[in-house]
Design a protein around this ligand. Structure first.
Ligand code: FAD
Length: 452
């Protein structure tokens, strides 16, 4: 007998189970690994396995948004943070862990909890018979993904995230390319010259279109015919839709005055600054599954990028996530079936820490609901709140893409016209977050996630 069913014993599911169990609720935690199934990335049967890096990123709660999230999670008795702290390895200001000991200790803690029963089984359909949390992650098993698509609508479930190539600024030929925002529009702090533009005339565009059509793509046979969110459609898929589709999409020339001709180009590739120092620029809208060598060959036919050096080439990653801003309410419930909550990377957050944090919140919301109470969502000034607000409503649903926690998700701080240097600004954000957290958290019961 259980009070709530959690599907997926990864980072989010483990954290949600811990929070619920400590609140006194009996949890059934279904994890398919160890029951004859696996994912393309996991290598063990441990709960909370880290599939790639062993880092939880910056632990600086004063100047870093993910470090702040660490602190907020610790304050709410996170099992993931407690075991990460207990199994830390040296990594400067980052929190990195011994991955095997970390996952083993989370697994042991959950297995030993009297309120948690771990069942090694694959779940193929969304539960209908009681409250559940779906925390099956970026590599959700396909049959369950079908069931989720049935509940959300197929076009609200994505199976990929797509990344665009990033170019080293110094390798762009600025005698051909120029800096200008479309229509000279200046964003906050901008001067109307935010983008680097690479113009194509008609012949160049037609040749480029043909090259994209003919270019060799990485094969993704098992995932063919799955929907892309419009905001992350690969550029060559756009090219396949029509000769002019890219030219009326990311390759539009309107509002851009080529200084060499004084006119708008027939088509244009825009690059957007990718890092604060301006050394890296990403090709806007150029997410692609062209093979790496093909990307280099074809993108170097773009005027201005003949000698481009790529810091990162484009790619497509398997990442199952739902269009949360449309689908979930502020406490992570599926609006159309409120007995189901989603947690972890499947909600469209990105990263170990973020996935765990959303698992923690899902567990807390569910525990309150089981007790006949409602837990107010964390204030948007906190790291928890900023991330949750992004997922559950603030982000643009049409272009929803996986997101790490960052200060850009927090409400901007009013400067009263004063210029504040960047590091100081971060201190203001985190100080405000601590105040807001302190106002929200006192009512919350915290059970220490004692490390072994
Ligand atoms: P997971 O930790 O994947 O947990 C989901 C669990 O659900 C899994 O244990 C899975 O076996 C189980 N499951 C799936 N379907 C079913 C089913 N039908 N029935 C029962 N169980 C099921 N983030 C970082 O911060 N750093 C990185 O370096 C990093 N590298 C990544 C590399 C890859 C290849 C991928 C795919 C993602 C990476 N991420 C990384 C992103 C993300 O943070 C991790 O995937 C993280 O584990 C997500 O946590 P989660 O709990 O949402 O999902």
């Amino acid at each position: 007998e259980h009070d709530i069913h959690i599907i997926g014993g990864g980072l989010a599911g483990s954290e949600a189970a811990w929070q619920l169990a400590n609140a006194g609720w009996r949890v059934k935690l279904s994890e398919m690994r160890g029951g004859g199934d696996g994912t393309p990335a996991h290598q063990t049967d441990s709960l909370a396995e880290l599939v790639c890096s062993n880092s939880f990123r910056s632990d600086d709660a004063q100047r870093n948004a993910v470090g702040l999230l660490h602190a907020e999670m610790r304050a709410l008795g996170s099992i993931i943070m407690a075991q990460a702290d207990a199994h830390q390895v040296p990594a400067g200001s980052a929190l990195a862990v011994d991955r095997d000991e970390f996952a083993a200790s989370v697994t042991r803690a959950l297995a030993a909890h009297p309120n948690i029963s771990i069942v090694r089984e694959r779940v193929d359909t969304l539960p209908t018979d009681g409250p559940a949390i779906i925390a099956t992650g970026p590599l959700t098993a396909p049959i369950l993904a079908d069931s989720i698509a049935g509940a959300t609508g197929a076009d609200a479930l994505a199976f990929f995230d797509a990344i665009a190539p990033i170019v080293h600024a110094e390798s762009i030929d600025m005698s051909i390319a120029w800096k200008q925002s479309r229509w000279d529009k200046a964003g906050p702090g901008g001067d109307g010259k935010d983008y680097i533009n690479c113009p194509l005339d008609k012949d160049q565009y037609l040749a480029f279109h043909a090259a994209m059509m003919a270019g060799e793509k990485a094969s993704f046979r098992e995932w063919e015919n799955v929907p892309y969110f419009d905001g992350c459609m690969p550029i060559e898929v756009m090219a396949e839709r029509g000769l002019d589709t890219p030219r009326f999409g990311p390759m539009k020339g309107v509002g851009l005055d080529d200084p060499r001709t004084g006119r708008w180009p027939y088509a244009c590739v825009q690059l957007r600054q990718d890092n604060a120092s301006g050394t890296l620029w990403n090709m806007v809208g150029f997410q692609t599954k062209l093979k790496h060598a093909e990307q280099v060959r074809i993108f170097r036919t773009i005027p201005g990028l003949e000698h481009a050096e790529f810091a990162r080439l484009g790619g497509l990653h398997r990442n199952t996530f739902i269009r949360s801003p449309d689908l979930l309410d502020r406490t992570l419930r599926l609006k159309s079936r409120p007995n189901l909550r989603f947690a972890g990377q499947i909600t469209g957050c990105e990263g170990y820490v973020e996935s765990s944090a959303i698992g923690l919140l899902a567990g807390r919301f569910a525990a309150a609901e089981l007790a006949g109470q409602t837990l107010a969502p964390p204030p948007v000034e906190t790291a928890f709140g900023a991330l949750l607000a992004h997922i559950t409503g603030d982000a643009d649903a049409a272009t929803y893409q996986p997101m790490n926690v960052n200060f850009g998700l927090f409400p901007p701080i009013a400067y009263e016209g004063k210029k504040i240097k960047k590091p100081d600004r971060k201190l203001l954000y985190t100080a405000r977050a601590r105040d807001a957290f302190a106002r929200w958290a006192p009512d919350l019961e915290v059970t220490a996630a004692a490390a072994e």
